[in-house]
Design a protein around this ligand. Sequence first.
Ligand code: G5X
Length: 504
Amino acid sequence: MSYNHNQVDYNENQPSAPPPRTVSLMDVSPQPPDKPLPPMPPGHNKEKSKFFTYFLKKPGRNKIEISSPQDFSHQMHVGFDQESGEFVNLPKEWEVLLSTSAISKEETKKNPEAVLDVLNFVMNEQPHSGVQPPTKYMQHDHDDEEEDKDESSSSQSAAPAPPPRPAYTKTASTRPTSAALIQAKVPGNMPQGQGGRNIPKKKKKAKLSDEEVLSLLRTIVSVGDPKTKYTKFEKIGQGASGTVYTGVEVSTGQEVAIKMMNLSQQPKKDLIINEILVMKENRHPNIVNYLDSYLVGTDELWVVMEYLGGGPLTDVVTETCMTEGQIAAVSREVLQALAFLHKSQVIHRDIKSDNILLGMTGGVKLTDFGFCAQITPDQSKRTTMVGTPYWMAPEVVTRKQYGPKVDVWSLGIMAIEMIEGEPPYLNENPLRALYLIATNGTPEIYNPERLSSVFRDFLAKCLEMDVEKRGSASEMLQHPFLRKAAPLSSLVPLIHAAKEAAKH
Ligand code: G5X
């Protein structure tokens, strides 16, 4: 059985009719309410109030809902008073979050819709389907132990500016569910006739039992004991989903990286399976290629992949200065990987320097597909918010439909990392960073005059707000900036410099 040709993710794709989550800011007049609007505060001036009809999912509710999209009972009407700069009828939790977000009154007045978008993002989407935001409000999800640790203090005061490269530049560990597995679990697609109720596909979260996970995995993994096939295990990393080791294949002497995961500690086992299924089929010189996988005992999964010894691009961008030629070389290699993936309908969704690995001779490879999504021609757009906030395209942050070009935006942000050492807004309060992505659109660069005009044009085309006008990965491969690319061997001194800096 092949799972990855028909992946449709019910958790992510819109129901066929667009959901009524609509914030029409342009629509300034009070909406004809479906039910009476709450009373306005004393002295409230209707003329100055903007009304939003906001589709509210109550935080924490994660059950199958039996309401059709036409059922407006979960909508709320949030007003906005331009005069006072305050929201009317904003739920208490949202209010608290906003008050500690460092988003100013002026900013709220400028774009109240964006404020609601990011609040909605943080309060509703994140706990079960997207990025775990780096705020203290989001402690429901314990996938990533490290995340919760540094959040013990400062719950009242406005969050202080985070240190450089804070923990929340890490990818969230909650990920969307693989439709392939849902289909595997529920043959014939969605359950029909569950009490005759019309269950929106979007809400259906099929959870595989441990036995189902294991039997699925047995159809994917190789037979045998990897402890006899590989030796010299050395730990190189610890992530949310597992621990990464280097090892040596006994029969060939080839050095490999092995991600070892304890399945019983994985809340989202189906996503790990998705990662393997997708990467097994998609091999490319600019991708850290999947080599093999094994079940070890009853609850350990090993994923064997190519090893790259040069470390992540993050070490290079934070410790060294790159020339335009070097930046062009890295950009080209990443675009080659993206053009290939997008042609196979795979969106990586978490492009950032941390997920670019360098080989000791200057090779550049994209890694960590734990977030990737495979789209189908019918379902070519996603709405789930995943990724790491600072690298997220505006259409993701504002919950619009998005496609493969989100990876091109993130590459543009990564190009800024290569210029400036970090992505825009890294030192901002995270919620404010989301607001700034949603409102500012294309970020500004410090002293753009120091960049060549061809590089500035490249950045502008990656960081184009209008998705239609933004370059696709294959279009960006034709950009004249890439002709400036230096040989990949020019990256080797940067790798050594970064490794040297890491020692001190
Ligand atoms: N190769 C690799 C991954 C790639 C496609 C399925 C995740 C880490 C860490 C990690 C270090 C390294 C380091 C050096 C290699 C990781 C992945 C992945 C896949 C096939 C698996 C995490 N957290 N590596 N070389 N990987 O420290 O998605």
